[in-house]
Write a protein that binds this ligand. Structure first.
Ligand code: N01
Length: 543
């Protein structure tokens, strides 16, 4: 065993890992961050596929630290992956994070030692095996880290190697003038269509479920405008902690039928023209609880989108009369010219419900009706979200209990950041947090700040073992389930684990709103952590 011993090992170098590393090292906790990739960025390190771009407008999608934003400007309202990677490098330079990091090393195991109140962590990478001990471990793995690859016959036979969007070659992949096949039309698929459709000789989209995408309204930004706006940034970032979903806009406080038909239409139109997620998180309060409200919104969406799809056959597939699922129950994507690109003559739409894929061959895809010759096959098939990245790691808590076993009947957590029977183990932006229903950096900061306060409390009190009570975690998990609006469960989406065959269907998101989530965390700390058991080895060092 290596002599290296830490207060906190952090796994993952995205927003959450970087923020925690910064806060904890600043407070003199000895930290090590381990990351499988070769640089910072998390999602934005891995997702380098053409067109990858965030769906949250700046300055919401950045750290709220004044030292960072006062010297930084963005070129676009919704930055692309390259600009985000440049930003992460800037953050590293400003905050001096790299010296605490081990890159190119994948954490393979974390085992709890109940005698020493320490975790034994092992990772493997280009520099070989790395082993260290730490009082606490924070898994900052993100929600969507482990790619989901469907079990399609012959997939590995394809000569061009099928490319999952989250494992895109760093050197790029030329699609110019190629025959490209695409499986998957979630957020990644929409962006691939927009980028690759106009370049490819032919783009064949193997389409299963319509994406109920809404306009992004991307725009270029001037540095001087941002500089002027910075006087409002402190208030802006504070507001993100107060709105329901951590956006600068909030729900309108009304139910759909409280407005007349004319008022409602005018409101929809206004939200549509402003773009972003306004129709969902800036709209009526009952969209995910009333089928009637949801249908009205869907029909508005369909009218707007249908105007932009020239081809009648494509329109019937992309914007069907009957909603494929309640709108908003799968994550809505933001599009720029998705419908126009889908309408192009060189873009073919194969409805796999009518014409299922039989197999992937060396040169393409064979459906029940015909064979499609392809040079490139893109899998935009999403992720084994929330649990996939945990289950890849051999994590063992008290009495050697494996996380896979502990969560076999569903995820159980305390506040979406701690797990009963796994002392001193933490996770960020995973299950039971506001997650995909909230602005990501805001959730990362809320959790990171809570860790800092909690670890300072543990240090003060000389508590060396801190573990969520099982009854409290059960109650919290039920609370999260009860908060979910009924329509959320009706779509086969990654929100509820239904995109991966055989995965347990459950509520993975905290849907009580950002302010309520923060309130619960603050109350727990104010009451000196009644949901946790505490014990101490009375060591003089460490947390
Ligand atoms: O993945 P998804 P994603 N045959 O799970 C299809 C974030 N993100 O990578 O809907 C045929 O949404 C599947 O079809 P269906 C964002 O939070 C953000 O696109 O299951 N099709 C679906 O169309 C997002 O929600 C950004 O019927 C198959 C697609 O694959 C999350 O990541 C960009 C299939 C998977 O869609 C995940 O998005 C990218 C099969 N066997 C991602 N198996 C932005 O910020 C799966 N599919 C903009």
């Amino acid at each position: 065993m290596s002599a290296e011993t830490y207060d906190v090992i952090i796994v993952g170098a995205g927003f959450s890992g970087m923020y925690s590393l910064f806060k904890l090292t600043k407070a003199s906790f000895r930290c090590k961050l381990i990351e499988a990739g070769s640089d910072f960025g998390g999602t934005w390190y891995w997702n380098t596929y053409p067109g990858a771009r965030v769906d949250t407008p700046i300055p919401g999608y950045e750290f709220s630290l004044e030292d960072l934003w006062k010297e930084w400007t963005w070129p676009e309202m919704y930055p692309n992956g390259e600009d985000l990677r440049t930003y992460f490098n800037y953050v590293d330079r400003k905050l001096g994070l790299r010296e605490h990091c081990l890159f190119n090393s994948t954490v393979k195991s974390a085992h709890w030692d109940d005698d020493l109140h320490m975790w034994d962590v092992k990772s493997e990478g280009v520099a070989g095996v790395y082993e260290a001990r730490s009082r606490h471990v924070i898994f900052a793995l993100g929600t969507s880290c482990e790619p989901y690859i469907p079990n399609i016959k012959g997939l590995n036979q394809f000569s061009g190697k099928p490319m999952h969007t989250a494992r895109w070659p760093k050197e790029g992949l030329d699609t110019q003038g190629k025959r490209v096949g695409l499986i998957g039309t979630g957020a990644s698929g929409v962006q691939i269509v927009q980028e690759v459709g106009p370049k490819a000789d032919k783009l064949t989209v193997f389409h299963r479920t319509p994406n109920l995408a809404v306009p992004m309204r991307q725009r270029l930004l001037q540095a001087q405008d941002q500089t002027l706006a910075k006087s409002t940034y402190l208030d802006f970032h504070q507001r993100l902690r107060e709105t329901f979903a951590g956006y600068s806009y909030d729900r309108n406080g009304r139910k759909t039928r409280e407005d007349t038909d004319e008022q409602r239409e005018a409101f929809y139109e206004e939200q549509w023209s402003l773009g972003g997620f306004r129709l969902l998180v800036g709209g009526y309060t009952d969209i995910l609880s009333s089928k009637d409200a949801n249908d009205l919104l869907y029909q508005f969406w369909r009218r707007k989108v249908s105007e932009r799809i020239g081809d009648e056959k494509k329109r019937a597939i992309l914007a069907p009369e009957i909603p494929p699922h309640p709108i908003g129950a799968k994550r809505i994507s933001l599009e720029q010219n998705y419908w126009e690109v889908m309408s192009r003559d060189n873009v073919d739409l194969v409805d796999v419900n009518e014409e299922p894929i039989v197999e992937v061959t060396k040169n393409g895809i064979r459906t029940t009706k015909r064979k499609y010759e392809l040079d490139v096959l893109v899998l935009a098939t999403g992720f084994d979200a929330f649990t996939g990245s945990f289950f890849r790691i051999d994590i063992r808590g008290e009495e050697g209990r494996a996380i896979q076993e502990h969560w076999k009947d569903g995820v159980q957590s305390q506040f979406g950041l701690a797990i009963d029977k796994f002392p001193n183990l933490w996770f960020m932006y995973g299950p039971h947090t506001p997650g995909a229903f909230a602005t990501m950096p805001v959730v990362a900061e809320i959790q990171g700040d809570w860790f800092l306060n909690t670890f300072e409390y543990l240090r003060r009190e000389e508590i060396t073992k801190f573990v969520a009570k099982t009854a409290a975690a059960e109650a919290y998990s039920k609370h999260v389930t009860d908060l979910a609006p009924p329509l959320l469960l009706q779509a086969d989406s990654w929100y509820v684990g239904a995109n991966v065959p055989g995965k347990r269907r459950q509520v993975y998101h905290y849907m009580g709103g950002m302010a309520a989530y923060i309130g619960e965390l603050e109350e727990e700390a104010r009451q000196a952590y009644p949901s946790f058991e505490k014990s101490s080895l009375r060591t003089t060092r460490g947390v």
